[in-house]
Design a protein around this ligand. Sequence first.
Ligand code: MRU
Length: 354
Amino acid sequence: MSVVDSVISVRLDDEKDELILLDQTLLPNETKYLHLKTPEEIFEAIYYLRVRGAPAIGISAAYGLYLTTKNFCTESMDVFCAELTRIKDYLASSRPTAVNLFWALGRMDKVLKDNYSKTVSEVKALLKAEADAIRNEDEEMCKAISENGLKLLKPGMGLLTHCNAGTIATAKYGTALGPMYLGQDRGYNFKVFADETRPLLQGARLTAWELHEAGIDVTLVCDNMVSLIMRNGWIDACLVGCDRVAANGDTANKIGTSTLSIVAKNYGVPVYVCGPTSTIDMNCPTGDDIKIELRPQDEISEKWYEKRMAPEGIKAYNPAFDVTSHEFITAIVTEKGIVYPPYDVNLKKMMEAE
Ligand code: MRU
């Protein structure tokens, strides 16, 4: 069975009252599932990237909100609403950049507000249905993104990807890796290059693992090798995911995406940003309006090394994301179709269409 079918990164066990998450920090050496019950445990899992990737974070938060309020005992809608809002705001503070987190929690909140006249137990059932819908829709969106992305590719192409936008970052299939899996099924024989993605190595640990498990020809490179492999003519297209796409097409994704995109433009290599419409934030006019997460300095100076690799007391700057300006993005691949520039016009058109 392929990795896409055998590995599920987020799952609800409603009978045992557990959110089951694949601990992505342990991959590729260990496949361990966490059984979480409390808001604090779910917050911790999101903050420490045990679950990560914009869609998977959104799904985890939606299930987490349902799970941690379902056994809250009250008949009063006001009291239930206060508790749900408290946990929603808490989970929303776990990571700032991926809009899917706020989008999913917003959907849960809307269910509550739209059904205020119902009983608490009726609303709990509706919250479960909404969290299931968020998860199931993501799987459908990723399937459609895979089809749409594959339309841009030809058999035998060399592809470069950054970070991990694969099956474990979503409900299933992935976004940027989705077309690669579909191409594999259809005999495209892509040659994929995965860059390491410093400092948390999502490319080396997760993407290289996913693609290798799936039998796809994948080569690991360091982040600073992307110019060389493009100059060598090995890359026909770059496929990356996204954490938030602004209304003008500027895109926040894992730190290093903008470097890759600028280099790609230099070599005439197209850059395709792949993501569901849940990652498009029309309330965010440009990339300057996207909040970029800053993470602990020791992720750069100590993590992964046997001993510290930077002088004690040295300052380190560790932003988790950067913004790729829309001018470096060839197309944005969504479940609704492929969007080309001008993004300020065409994203609006797509988001407003039924
Ligand atoms: O910090 P991470 O690992 O959550 O960052 C993930 C990314 O940047 C992904 O490219 C993005 O979330 C898309 S996942 C389909």
